[in-house]
Design a protein around this ligand. Structure first.
Ligand SMILES: [Zn+2]
Length: 313
């Protein structure tokens, strides 16, 4: 059984500005690192359908984004073709197609895995999604791809219980907000505290379905593995999911410029192997991973390659 790597060139066209950390080169770095891994199949991402989006994002939110997205205009400079939704989050011509490919990739991955055509998948798309709420763009994110995929698995494939695991260095406040009253979806996140977006404390537990594993600045491999071994992974096992979705951010890497955790490539291989083993025990290995952050191109490349190798192994 194969591991799919799902991508689309539309994801390169979202342009949040020349000095923005979340840049198109991230995708090239990941694809270059993972496309030579034996056992993967590279497939193009479709766009998410309105039906898929609206299970999470209200139609009027999407229409507002569409009304704000600038038209391509070769007569003006690129800077004047961008619209700020907040100080970090921008719309350029092409941003919404990029975001649609991100949510579409995650739904397509769910379809392929439920059809038995792949064991698991890694969606190499941008902009990322885990800060996006149902009706709020935030923190580089426009659409919450893992949330759209979770609802798609429930509505389209009969998944009852979906676990979303998030090892991005930032707390996935959007994902938590979308599911915090839904006991059928588990959300477990390790992240640095204090750090943007200022949420993700251990006291935030949703309806008993949210487990936050805050890590102090300077935490490294031992702290990360202890948190997942003692809390996160047992919670995943207890939940007995029908599908596991991973918000795979690589910005807790020691080299990343946006945060102060000290993870190494081997930690990404380790957490991926642990999650994959629990997915195999709980749900036939059904696992969809979606790229979130990761802003040092070399670290992003090597850590995502370690992630994909552990998905295949
Ligand atoms: Zn992040």
């Amino acid at each position: 059984m194969k591991t799919l790597v799902i991508h689309h060139d539309d994801c390169l066209r979202h342009d949040p500005g020349p000095r923005h950390a979340e840049r198109a080169e991230r995708i090239g770095a990941v694809l270059k690192a993972v496309s030579g891994v034996p056992g993967i199949e590279l497939l193009p991402a479709p766009k998410a359908t309105p039906e898929q989006l609206q299970r999470v994002h209200p139609a009027d939110y999407w229409e507002r984004l569409c009304s704000l997205e600038p038209e391509p205009n070769p007569a003006v400079g690129p800077a004047s073709e961008r619209v700020a939704l907040d100080p970090d989050t921008w719309l350029s011509p092409g941003s919404l197609n990029a975001a649609l490919r991100g949510s579409g990739a995650a739904c397509f991955a769910v379809d392929q895995i439920y059809a038995g055509r792949a064991r698991n998948a890694f969606c190499v798309t941008r902009p990322p999604g885990h800060h996006a709420g149902a009706a709020s763009a935030m923190g580089f994110c426009l659409l919450n791809h893992v949330a759209v995929a979770a609802r798609h698995a429930q509505a389209g494939h009969g998944a009852r219980r979906v676990a979303i695991l998030d090892f991005d260095v930032h707390h996935g406040n959007g994902t938590q907000a979308i599911f915090e009253n839904d006991a059928q979806v588990l959300y477990v996140s390790s992240h640095q505290v204090p750090l943007y977006p200022g949420t993700g404390f251990a006291a935030e537990t949703g309806c008993g379905n949210v487990l936050n594993l805050p890590l102090a600045p300077g935490s490294g491999s031992a702290d990360f593995r202890r948190a997942w071994l003692q809390r996160g992974l047992p919670e995943l096992e207890r939940f007995a999911p029908d599908l596991v979705i991973v918000s795979a951010g690589f910005d807790a890497h020691q080299r990343d410029p946006l945060a102060q955790l000290e993870l190494q490539d081997a930690d990404y291989a380790w957490i991926t192997a642990e999650i994959r083993a629990l997915a195999e025990a709980a749900c036939g290995g059904r696992l969809v991973s979606v790229l979130e952050g990761g802003y040092d191109l070399d670290a992003l490349a090597s850590a995502s390659a370690a992630h994909v190798q552990a998905l295949i192994a």
